[in-house]
Design a protein around this ligand. Structure first.
Ligand SMILES: [Cu+2]
Length: 84
């Protein structure tokens, strides 16, 4: 799987979406864009985020040029972090 910016249609590419404290969204429609669904539409592969203290879950989900998950969806394991 390659990384391409949003709007760029190229086989087997997409851009990252970081899901914070939510489950995977429906795989047949556009990934929501809000505080719990961050889009990295410029093709970023790293970031810094600030989270309040406490327990959080993080998961990556690839989306295509239209922000829709691939078929089948490409996603990471969900991890749990504790912010102090
Ligand atoms: Cu997106």
């Amino acid at each position: 799987m390659g990384v391409a910016p949003r709007g760029v249609k190229f086989p087997n590419t997409g851009h990252h979406h970081l899901l914070i404290y939510v489950d995977l969204p429906s795989s047949d429609q556009e990934i929501p864009s809000d505080r719990n669904h961050l889009h990295f539409g410029a093709g970023e592969t790293e970031t810094m985020i600030e989270l309040p203290p406490g327990k959080h879950t993080l998961q990556l989900l690839m989306g295509d040029d239209m922000h829709v998950p691939h078929n089948p969806p490409v996603y990471s394991r969900k991890i749990t972090i504790y912010v102090r």
